[in-house]
Write a protein that binds this ligand. Structure first.
Ligand SMILES: *Cc1c(COP(=O)(O)O)cnc(C)c1O
Length: 358
């Protein structure tokens, strides 16, 4: 299928932000987006890059009622001399198809997906900011558009990709976060959709996050929903602990999102000779190892921040500082290494970086 391009008229284009320090996240979007409709019997058709516009949806569009909606989050990075890089984009593409399967939505051809992504980024390349740590955030999304009520998989879908420049996550250096362990609320359950980037998961997580924020904490630490005992994720990121000389993270058992950053952290740390263990870690063990000093670092991982150091945990009415509230050395090393690979400032021994312009 050939991707058609309709360019926005020059006078319709937005003025690009000039102050990169004020980009923030998720507020500014580029001039064009990619769209591709699906109809049962016709499959995907008419892939198109077109000027951004509001979507027209029937009020009965099924995504609005039954949350058949999935998305992805990835970035394009500007290197030196006009180079533009993607970081492990095929992982995001495959993960979106895994989410699609679980939500009874149609798969998108991997090659077409990557081609659409690349074409759109190249058309919008002047939107990629220049500052250290800034990037172009990319949000592939799929929604059920069939106008019908009744709970069943829709026959019509729209796949679209929007993009927007985002600021550096740590413009003033790391600031370790305070996290709130909830034993009352869960984000996912065995057999559920915890391993999918499905909008419904995030709607269900808001309530606990708001409680945590009102109490002065940055994020919620989610425990397993069966025993409310084992650490799963933090906010919308994967969770890591350094205990003794081991780096420990929850195993992929269907209740946590298999983060691309999580996998990159695991593989990098292993390549440095760090012992990495994917296993269930109970809050009892976290408390014991905080008490005996073995728990040295804690951090969250995800595309937005790469890694986010955790300086304090609130659990059962008490606060427990970690590493005296400071960023740990392994956390910092992982951050620097992944950042430099993403921006083309370092060798890429794993072949994670894809150059789409030079
Ligand atoms: C997106 C996401 C992550 C991190 O995944 P990355 O691929 O590393 O960005 C972790 N947990 C949840 C719940 C997420 O939505």
């Amino acid at each position: 299928m050939e991707i058609k391009v309709i360019q926005a008229a020059a006078e319709k284009r937005k003025t690009k932000p000039t102050d990169e320090a004020k980009l923030g996240f998720g507020k500014i979007f580029t001039d064009h987006f990619f769209t591709m409709p699906y109809h049962a019997g016709r499959s995907w058709h008419d892939p198109l890059i077109e000027p951004c516009r509001p979507l027209q949806l029937d009020p009965t569009a099924m995504c609005l009622h039954y949350a058949q909606e999935i998305f992805e989050g990835m970035k394009a990075y500007r290197g030196k001399d006009g180079a533009i890089f993607l970081f492990r984009p095929t992982e995001n593409i495959r993960r979106m198809n895994v989410s699609a399967e679980r939500l009874c939505m149609p798969q998108v051809d991997e090659n077409l997906f990557l081609e659409a992504l690349t074409k759109l980024i190249l058309l919008e390349k002047d939107w990629i900011p220049h500052g250290s740590g800034t990037s172009l955030y990319i949000r592939p999304t799929m929604i059920a558009t069939e106008p019908a009520l009744g709970v069943h998989p829709a026959n019509e879908y729209l796949f679209f990709i929007i993009m927007g420049p985002v600021g550096a996550y740590y413009p003033e250096g790391f600031s370790p976060t305070k996290i709130f362990v909830t034993e009352e609320y869960s984000r996912s359950a065995p057999g559920g959709t915890g391993y999918c980037k499905a909008g419904g998961n995030y709607a269900a997580s808001l309530y606990a996050s708001e409680i945590a924020k009102k109490m002065g904490y940055t994020q919620v630490l989610w425990l397993d929903s069966v025993e409310r005992k084992y650490v799963e994720e933090v906010g919308t990121s994967n969770m890591f602990f350094v205990i003794g000389d081991e780096l420990i993270t929850a195993p992929l058992m269907g209740t946590i999102l298999p983060g691309v950053t999580r996998d990159s952290v695991i593989r990098l740390a292993k390549s440095w000779g760090v012992k990495v263990v994917e296993r269930r870690l109970s809050m009892d063990e976290v408390m014991d190892t905080i008490a005996n000093g073995a728990l040295r670092e804690a951090f969250a991982s995800g595309t937005a921040a790469i890694v986010s150091p955790i300086g304090l945990i609130y659990y059962r009415g008490r606060e427990y500082p970690i590493n005296e509230g400071k960023t740990g050395s392994l956390t910092e090393r992982l951050y620097n290494e992944i950042l430099q690979i993403q921006y083309g400032q370092k060798d890429d021994p794993f072949g994670w970086r894809i150059k789409i312009a030079d």
